[in-house]
Design a protein around this ligand. Structure first.
Ligand code: MOS
Length: 725
């Protein structure tokens, strides 16, 4: 199905199953520990050997020699993979640095060897005996120091300009020129990167933990220089990804090479301390924001420049994306620049671009509101735009930011906030409230599925879509049930296997809308096939309660499969609607904090998110996404920071003791409200993404609340207590 005109009334609009707060159908398996993760496919992959990755102990330079004899003699060792024996490998489509170093080393903990032994402990012990001689080269590790040498990146859109920013900014009666920094951040997902690889002749099966099955399959094939058809990638359950598992990573590739060379099944999990430097992270940013406005608060000039670091072939963290779109203003400029650093590869982490961009922009908006002596909710409302301010011929498909702000202000009792900072005491706590807008683009991706009807009326959906903890199984089952007019219990959903049709995958908050749209399209094709089989007019056929009705006849669905399963495949392809219309998702975030008057300790006391993100397919799953994202936003505001050792070039705090994320005790009651909205431009589902939206703006709302509580404006995340005293 090609989606080229706005969606009209369709079976999804019945809202018998869709739009309902259905429990996660994979929930019981998960809480019973019965959902197999990548390292746990014991039945399908018995008697494995275990691989342990050895990471480079230098950040930049060359391997002069590797000495393996001692490790080889260690008990249980079967084989050691290094660049010397791995064969010729191509670089994948998405990796900036090769996944196996040698002789060149591009970053700290880049894999230099995989030690394979009979047990994990034997592999780990032997890995300590691998001796590598390096010729170390001088690297660059300091973003601030390299900022002035930053280059125009080859990726993204480095510069945008509308009108005369410099002139308008100069003339503006009220202006702000401030610089904000966000640190390197780690995905820190629960399930470490893990893979189990097994060959049958020249065919590879790999059980892994990956958000994008088709990308991973293609990359594995390209890297190993084998046909894509020879790779089967399976990832039915994933313990979180946040972008860290969008791409093939070293443990998967090394497991595949190790298994091929040893003719054994090989399992490799990255240890937690390896993940932080071996895999990817969100790059730190330095962001300069200038805003000029009239005295009555109309923005006349807005400029946002962002610097981030990466390896030479890497991309930028596009922290200016939202500034191109969020607020009106005739004179505008944005730039992104890349500082060449020899730190581990920077790449996508939840809402790449907007997440750190909103951390800066939404403090700047708070600062401007204060300069204007204007309520920050009102300042945002009066700078509303209905079109893309850089390309005014592109209207927003839906834009309910003002509704989010007003609804949130009312619900949060925003009027009780004292605009004078540092005035509100509750015992030893200084209490403050903050607001920020939330914004994240809505992306759409081609997504295919296969749907089968059997003679007992069971509908089975197969697609390589992933469920990274988001609820994909459930919303896909809801979609099929709604479209086919059957109860959700009659639907079986199978995901995460490259032998199924290629889906949108889980990334960029496009997964829910795109993958369900693909399932909808395929179910519509199945409806046609059923009507045809039963001799009914498919244009008139109605599907309800397991029956198909047309022409005065009413027949059970499964009759169409009485002589064999009815199977169809289709996909949703998105035409040019997403080019004609600007599609984004909006939110308003409200936060109340208490700051300890003596110690500077910050406690979040209340949080509210109001989201406008198209049709909400399952309010329970969507709420879980948003409150999880709000929690991540608190981490971004108060805790998360990969600390760079600027001499040796690595992230020092590479475990979950040193890289702090919020725990339950850090998070108060969270409230999440969805604005009742459908977006017929986004897909036949009329839905959008919420998972990344829920993060964008939260950290700034926390920062603004801290300012309101204390009068201390911190522009360098995370806002640790030392910055408040
Ligand atoms: Mo997201 S950073 O595309 O998983």
């Amino acid at each position: 199905m090609k989606f080229t005109t706005p969606a009209t009334t369709n079976p999804i609009d019945q809202l018998k199953v869709i739009g309902k707060a259905h429990d996660r159908i994979d929930g019981p398996l998960k809480v019973m520990g019965a959902a197999p993760y990548a390292y746990e496919h014991h039945a399908e992959a018995p008697h494995p050997a275990y691989g342990y990755v050895v990471g480079s102990s230098i950040a930049k330079g060359r391997i002069v020699s590797i000495h393996l004899n001692e490790a080889r003699r260690s008990p249980g060792v079967i084989h050691i993979v290094t660049a010397d024996n791995a064969g010729k490998l191509d670089k994948g489509n998405f990796n900036t640095a090769p996944l196996l170093a040698g002789p060149e080393v591009q970053h700290y903990h880049q894999a230099v060897a995989l030690v394979i032994a009979e047990t994990f402990e034997q592999a780990r012990a032997a890995a300590q005996l691998v001796r590598v001689n390096y010729a170390e080269a001088k690297g660059s590790f300091d973003l601030a120091a390299e900022k002035n040498n930053a280059i125009k990146p080859k990726t993204g859109e480095p510069d945008t300009k509308v009108g005369d920013f410099a002139g308008a900014y100069d003339m503006a009666p009220v202006k702000l020129d401030a610089t904000y920094t966000t640190p390197d951040q780690s995905h820190a997902m629960m399930e470490p990167h893990a893979s189990t690889a097994s060959w049958n002749g020249d065919k590879l099966t790999i059980w892994t933990s990956n958000q994008m099955i088709d990308w991973g399959r293609g990359d594995m094939a390209k890297t190993l220089r084998i046909p894509k058809e020879n790779v089967r990638l399976i990832s039915p359950y994933i313990g979180g990804g946040f972008g860290g598992k969008l791409f093939l990573r070293a443990e998967a590739m090394l497991a595949a090479i190790g298994a091929r060379q040893t003719k054994r099944t090989v399992k490799v999990a990255l240890t937690r301390p390896m993940i932080f430097n071996n895999t990817t992270h969100r790059p730190a940013t330095i962001q300069r924001i200038r805003i000029g406005a009239t005295r009555d608060g109309k923005i006349t000039a807005i400029g946002h420049e962002s610097w981030s670091g990466n390896l030479p072939e890497g991309s930028t963290e596009d922290a200016v994306l939202q500034t191109r779109l969020l607020y009106a203003g005739p004179n505008r400029m944005t730039t992104t620049r890349l500082a060449l650093l020899d730190l581990p590869e920077g790449n996508a982490m939840r809402a790449p671009g907007e997440a750190p961009g909103m951390m800066a922009l939404e403090i700047a908006m708070d600062e401007m509101a204060e300069k204007l002596n204007m309520d920050p909710v009102r300042f945002r409302i009066i700078n509303e735009t209905k079109v893309d301010p850089e390309k005014p011929d592109r209207a927003y498909s839906q834009r309910r930011l003002i509704d989010c702000l007003r609804k949130g202000a009312e619900q949060f009792n925003w009027n009780a906030r004292n605009p004078q900072p540092g005035q509100n005491r509750d015992g030893r706590w200084l209490v403050g409230m903050g607001v920020a807008a939330g914004f994240r683009n809505n992306l759409v991706m081609t997504s295919a599925a296969r749907v089968r009807l059997n003679s007992t009326g069971i509908i089975t959906v197969e697609t390589d879509m992933t469920d990274i903890g988001t609820g994909s199984y459930t919303i896909i089952a809801q979609t099929a049930a709604e479209t086919m007019g059957v109860p959700i219990e009659s639907v079986i959903v199978k995901l995460g296997d490259s032998s199924f049709p290629a889906s949108a995958g889980s990334g960029g908050q496009w997964g829910a809308n795109s993958s369900t749209a693909g399932v909808y399209a395929t179910c519509m094709k199945l409806r046609q096939a059923i009507a045809q089989k039963l001799g009914l007019d498919s244009a008139k056929a109605e599907f309800t309660n397991g029956m198909v009705r047309a022409d005065g006849r009413s027949l059970p669905l499964q009759l169409a499969a009485s002589s064999g399963d009815l199977v169809v495949e289709d996909k949703i392809e998105f035409g040019n609607l997403d080019k004609k219309y600007q599609q984004s998702t909006f939110a308003a975030h409200f936060v109340e904090v208490g700051v300890d008057i003596a110690t500077g300790e910050v406690r979040v006391r209340r949080m509210l998110a109001v989201c406008a993100a198209g049709r909400i397919l399952n309010p329970k799953a969507a709420r879980s996404q948003v409150i999880g994202a709000m929690t991540m936003g608190v981490g971004g505001a108060l805790m998360e920071e990969l600390v760079v050792d600027k001499r040796a070039g690595f992230f020092v705090n590479h475990d979950l003791a040193g890289y702090e994320v919020p725990v339950h005790a850090d998070i108060p009651h969270q409230e999440c409200i969805f604005i009742d909205e459908t977006d017929p431009i986004s897909s036949p589902m009329k839905a959008k993404g919420v998972g990344e939206l829920g993060l964008c703006g939260v950290s700034a709302a926390v920062a603004n609340a801290i300012y309101n509580a204390t009068g201390v404006r911190v522009r360098e995340y995370p806002i640790t207590l030392d910055k408040l005293l």
